[in-house]
Design a protein around this ligand. Structure first.
Ligand code: BTN
Length: 284
């Protein structure tokens, strides 16, 4: 089943994009009707196959509509990318591979919390579906302590604005055998629920919620989401190792700071230190 079936969205002006990308045909019939109910309908581009939605968005964003979020979603990625130059396993018609593009003023603050904003959004959507996800700070969503989803945030500073490329991969319908090809302990909604999940519905709900949350973020920053993030933190009060790109630290996960940073408590020195980025590993 293709992702775009029954989905109402606008059809990408494919001529603008490189012809090598096969643009999916999707329904536009009811889009106008549908968009009446959406104050700020998201511009959505569906692709059958692409190297990476992240790379596609970065190569083509200058032709995306201004002042709107563009959602690039693919049925398959041949070179899906994760953080720290990792590969993102992206089999055909199984999962969701999305990049949201939008721009923010150069004066914007809390940029390092944008990945957390998308994590919070997915958690809110999944909770409505009956799942109990947790956020492994800063960019992962876990189910039963296994990785379900990861977020990759990339930026490009322009003269007056900042172009944001917020990518998310969600393991939706991969089975256990497929999941075993991932080089970390991973799961999918299907593996956890034993029910095939509707990717189109999930995409629709995520897009709507993300558009709403981003509006709040633009007005008030990340403050409104801090307590939600804090209450959904994985490994709270547990010992973890954190690699910040240079150094490895070992401490206890304490809380999320007012700035959206992770507060780690160091037992030896009785100190708490805030981290704005890094990779976290539980110490078992
Ligand atoms: C991570 O956990 O390391 C982040 C993974 C991000 C994967 C998504 S899938 C859609 C978008 N396109 C990519 O190539 N990467 C992101």
């Amino acid at each position: 089943m293709k992702l775009m079936k029954n989905h109402h969205s606008i059809r990408a002006k494919s001529a603008k994009f490189s012809q090598k990308h096969k643009m999916s045909l999707f329904l536009i019939v009811r889009y106008k009707e549908h968009s009446k109910n959406l104050k700020n309908a998201m511009h959505t581009i569906f692709l059958d196959q692409i190297d990476s939605t992240q790379t596609f968005a970065k190569e083509n964003y200058t032709s995306f509509p201004e002042g709107q979020i563009t959602c690039v979603v693919a049925d398959e990625q041949t070179q899906g990318r994760g953080r720290w130059n990792r590969n993102w396993v992206s089999p055909k018609e199984k999962n969701l591979y999305i990049t949201y593009y939008f721009s923010l003023p150069r004066t914007s603050s809390h940029l390092s919390s944008l990945a957390s904003l998308l994590c919070v959004t997915l958690v809110q959507v999944l909770e409505k579906m009956g799942f109990s996800p947790q956020i492994k700070w800063p960019n992962d969503i876990l189910l039963s302590y296994k990785k379900l989803s990861g977020v990759l945030c990339e930026t490009s500073f322009q003269e007056e604005s900042i172009a944001i490329f917020l990518g998310i991969g969600i393991n939706v319908n991969m089975d256990k055998e497929e999941l075993s090809s991932i080089d970390q302990i991973a799961t999918s909604l299907f593996a956890e629920s034993e029910q095939i999940q509707d990717r189109t519905l999930l995409l629709d709900n995520l897009n709507k919620k993300f558009a709403r949350n981003l509006k709040v973020f633009q007005k008030k920053g990340f403050f409104s989401f801090l307590s939600f993030l804090d209450s959904h933190l994985a490994y709270k009060k547990k010992r973890v190792a954190l690699f910040d790109g240079n150094k490895r630290y070992e401490g206890v996960v304490d809380s999320i700071s007012e700035e959206g940073a992770l507060n780690l408590f160091f037992e030896k020195t009785k100190e708490t230190k805030s981290f704005f980025s890094g990779d976290l590993f539980p110490i078992l």
